[in-house]
Design a protein around this ligand. Structure first.
Ligand code: GLY
Length: 412
């Protein structure tokens, strides 16, 4: 089968439609009637009232590909193979309908029959004492018991990899599926196995058995109905299916990355610092484009500040790469072309997206230029008085220490 991001998204949604799920469009990144979240950060987030039974869903089986933004790890973006601030989450959901048996069986069927992944490279994990999930994996799916990893709660922190929760709300134990990408992606340590931090065993699927409502402080109440919330990161799945090194190498991301290289005249994988900038811009232009398309505009608080920070960080790294002048709008055109298959609203709102990105980038550039003027003047004055400003090295952005830049922009 075709392994492009747009093909994988379609294949997943069609598979769950064939299992009687209603396919809904992605909800906006801006949460509706949910003050607990600044931005939608998981496929299940816009569906919370259906899990709790507060609202009646249009059907008890739903499938979506949800736009998500998470900025908690923003400082890692560009530096690692996996961190992204914008990602797409594939999900199949049951609101008091099917539960563990079907969810586990269908996840295996999709991965091994539709995507034709080798079952010998797939490793399920379960929540410590979830014997029911263990039995389903071993007796119904036929996975050998020794291939299943149990994750237990950390006795000190109480945290557990296989208990899914994001703040307050519907949550529960989960069962993940890891794919062994092979030794070439491993750390080489003798005890490298599922759960290792390296890139060999990659989590591709997460079946959450959503049966509790958490208060966000460790208190749980059993929900009236048992639900399923599946999360599968589309970009990660594409990494596995396309057998590439990182999320920045999958087809839709590579198109953006290549455009940045074309604009800056840089080549990818020549200079490590350049690569960080290229990857960071590749990510941030996606989140910025999608946020603007959902009506978020740059400001100094809340969602607007998240967006402002993303745009300014990307603009700063664009300068560091030597891109001359405004580039964000032009680059967002590539995002729109790559993603409009799944998100036609991007194309419809393109003029607004270009205008918003350009206005913020212009304002940022003016601030930077003004700051540079002031510093240049200070340098002149210091020089005239016989002192120097060597440590600032602000004469050029080609000075790749980034330290000078940081002085002007370290609040980003
Ligand atoms: N909501 C399940 C997940 O994001 O993994």
């Amino acid at each position: 089968m075709n392994t492009g991001v747009n093909d994988l998204r379609r294949a997943y949604l069609e598979f769950f439609e064939s299992k009687d799920h209603l396919c809904l469009n992605s909800f906006s990144l801006v949460p509706q009637n949910d003050n607990s979240l600044l931005l939608i950060n998981a496929g299940m987030a816009p569906l919370k009232p259906y899990f709790t039974g507060q609202e009646i869903p249009p059907r008890r089986r739903v499938t979506t590909c949800q736009k998500c933004v998470r900025t908690g790890d923003i400082d890692n973006v560009g530096k690692t193979a996996r961190h992204l601030t914008f990602f797409e989450m594939l999900g199949n959901f049951s609101f008091g309908d099917y539960f563990k048996h079907e969810a586990i069986a269908w996840s295996w069927e999709f991965l091994t029959k539709v995507l034709e992944l080798d079952p010998n490279r797939l490793y399920p994990s379960i929540y410590g004492e979830d014997e029911e999930a263990f039995e389903i994996w071993t007796k119904e799916v036929g996975v050998a018991p020794e291939r299943i990893t149990r994750f237990y709660r950390d006795p000190e922190t109480g945290e557990c990899d296989n208990f899914w929760e994001h703040g307050a709300g519907p949550c529960g134990p989960c069962s993940e599926i890891y794919y062994d990408r092979g030794e070439k992606y491993g750390c080489g340590k003798p005890d490298c196995k599922v759960g290792c931090d390296c890139d060999r065993y990659m989590e591709v699927w997460n079946n959450v058995f959503t049966q509790f409502n958490g208060d966000g402080h460790g208190g749980y109440e059993e929900l009236a109905q048992k639900n399923i919330d599946t999360g599968m990161g589309l970009e990660r799945l594409a990494v596995v299916m396309q057998d590439v090194d990182s999320v920045f190498d999958i087809d839709t991301m590579k198109a953006i990355r290549d455009k940045i290289c074309e604009m800056s005249g840089k080549k990818y994988q020549v200079d490590a610092l350049d690569d960080v900038s290229i990857r960071l811009i590749t990510d941030h232009i996606r989140s910025s484009t999608f946020l603007v398309s959902d009506g978020v505009t740059p400001s100094n608080e809340g969602r607007g500040y998240v967006l402002r920070r993303l745009i300014r960080r990307a603009a700063k790294h664009g300068r560091a790469l030597g891109i001359d002048g405004l580039f964000m709008a032009k680059l967002s055109e590539t995002v729109i072309i790559e993603c409009k298959d799944g998100y036609p609203e991007l194309w419809e709102k393109r003029e607004f997206i270009f205008k918003t990105l350009t206005a913020e980038e212009e304002q940022f550039n003016k601030t930077i230029d003004k700051g540079l003027e002031i510093l240049a003047k200070m340098e002149e004055e210091l020089k005239a008085s016989g002192k120097s400003l060597r440590h600032l090295e602000l004469r050029s952005f080609q000075v790749r220490t980034h330290s000078s830049f940081t002085i002007l922009t370290d609040s980003l």
